[in-house]
Ligand binder design. Structure first.
Ligand code: C2E
Ligand code: CA
Ligand code: CA
Ligand code: CA
Length: 278
C-alpha cells in the first residue's frame, strides 16, 4: 500500500476496518428492521415526587436482530440518525406509541401521558406536525397526552428550527420537554422565549448528587430557574432512595429511573399502571 500516491492513500487500521464493517452491517440490518418487526418499544415510568403517582411513560426503542443479537440504542440511534433511517423509524415509534396510549385510555387509564424522543432530523420534517395530528385524530387522543423530548444540544444546534417546531406543537397543546438538560449550554433567553413545559435534568448530574457538591449546586440551580420560568422539572437516572429524597428536598417535581422501574415491555407497563393508579 506504500506505493500509492499521497492523495490516494487510504488509512485503514484493523480497528477502523472492524468498525467500518460493523457499521455497514448494522446499517443494512437496520434498514429492514421495521418491516421485519425487529423493533420494540419499552416504557419507563415517570413518577410525581409530590404524590408518588404515576404520571406516564417515556417511550424507548429496543432492537433485537436474530443474527446480530440485541443492539443498544446508544449504538443504533446515532446510526439511524446519520443514515436518515431515523425518519421512518421515528414514524413507526410515533404510530406504535400512540396506539399503545389509546389502548391504555380505552381501559380507563386516561391520566397517562407518553413522552417521545425526537431526533433533530425528525423535527426538520415539514410534515411532522401533520403526521402527529393525523395519529391523534385516528386514536381520538388529546394533544395534551403527548410530550415530545428534544435534547438541549439539538435545540441549541438549530435554535430557529427548534423554535418553529416548539411553537407549532405547543400551539396544538403538545408538551415539550428539553432532554439531557444541563449538558447543552442553553441561553436563558431561549428558555424564556420558547413555549416549553419541562426540563429534564440530565442523569450525569444525578449520579453523584449525594457526594458531589457541584452536582448538587447545579441541580438546585436548574430547579430554581425552572420554577421562576414556570417549567416543570423531571430528574432522570434516579436509582436510589437517597437521590429521590434529595431531589424532593430540592423541589424537583418528577423523577424517572431504576429506583422506581427499568423500562418495561407493554405487558409489564400495563401491570405497573394497574398497581400505581387509583
Ligand atoms: P435518553 O432519552 O436520555 O433516555 C434515557 C436513557 O437512560 C435510556 O437509555 C434509559 O433506559 C436509561 N435509564 C433510565 N433510567 C436509568 C437509571 O436509573 N440509570 C441509568 N444508568 N440509566 C437509566 P436507552 O433506552 O439505552 O436509550 C439511550 C438513548 O437512545 C436515549 O437517551 C435516547 O437519546 C435514544 N433513544 C431511545 N429511544 C429512542 C427513540 O425512540 N427515538 C429517538 N430519537 N431516540 C431514542
Ligand atoms: Ca429522552
Ligand atoms: Ca435524557
Ligand atoms: Ca460531577
Amino acid at each position: 500500500a506504500k506505493e500509492h500516491g499521497r492523495n490516494t492513500y487510504c488509512f485503514f487500521t484493523p480497528q477502523m476496518q472492524k468498525y467500518h464493517t460493523r457499521h455497514l452491517l448494522l446499517e443494512n440490518a437496520l434498514r429492514r428492521a421495521v418491516e421485519r418487526e425487529e423493533l420494540q418499544l419499552v416504557y419507563q415510568p415517570q413518577m410525581s415526587l409530590h404524590n408518588q403517582q404515576l404520571i406516564g411513560f417515556e417511550v424507548l426503542l429496543r432492537w433485537h436482530n436474530p443474527e446480530l443479537g440485541t443492539i443498544s440504542p446508544a449504538e443504533f440511534i446515532p446510526l439511524a440518525e446519520s443514515s436518515g433511517l431515523i425518519v421512518p423509524i421515528g414514524d413507526w415509534v410515533l404510530s406504535k406509541a400512540l396506539t399503545q396510549l389509546a389502548e391504555w385510555r380505552a381501559e380507563g387509564y386516561n391520566q397517562i401521558t407518553i413522552a417521545i424522543n425526537l431526533s433533530p432530523l425528525q423535527f426538520r420534517q415539514t410534515d411532522l406536525l401533520a403526521k402527529l395530528e393525523q395519529l391523534l385524530a385516528q386514536h381520538q387522543l388529546p394533544a395534551t397526552t403527548v410530550e415530545l423530548e428534544i435534547t438541549e444540544s439539538a435545540m441549541m444546534d438549530d435554535p430557529a428550527a427548534a423554535a418553529h417546531l416548539i411553537t407549532q406543537f405547543s400551539d396544538k397543546g403538545c408538551k415539550i420537554a428539553i432532554d439531557d438538560f444541563g449538558t447543552g449550554y442553553s441561553s436563558l433567553g431561549y428558555l424564556k422565549r420558547f413555549s416549553l413545559s419541562k426540563l429534564k435534568i440530565d442523569q450525569s448530574f444525578i449520579r453523584d448528587l449525594l457526594t458531589d457538591a457541584d452536582d448538587k449546586a447545579i441541580v438546585s440551580a436548574i430547579i430554581s430557574m425552572a420554577k421562576s420560568l414556570e417549567l416543570t422539572t423531571i430528574a432522570e437516572g434516579v436509582e436510589t432512595l437517597e437521590q429521590q429524597q434529595m431531589l424532593h428536598q430540592l423541589g424537583c417535581d418528577d423523577i424517572q429511573g431504576y429506583f422506581y422501574s427499568k423500562p418495561l415491555n407493554r405487558k409489564d407497563a400495563t401491570a405497573f399502571i394497574r398497581s400505581h393508579i387509583f
